[in-house]
Design a protein. Sequence first.
Length: 70
Amino acid sequence: MSKNTDFEFEKYDRYWGSCENVKKIMDQCPYCGSKLLLSHLPDYKNLFVQETSRCIDCGKGSKKIIHILN
């Protein structure tokens, strides 16, 4: 059984503009504009959180991001 581990590290340069624009980039599907379903898996020993997001409406807007905690 193989695991798909295509996580990318958080890059803050992709967020720009006003507070509302940053929330839209983080929370909305880039394809259909629906709200993304977010899930988080913390790893406090290694100080990071794995975030997985998925669009319930279209299924295309999925992303996997690693957030560094320190």
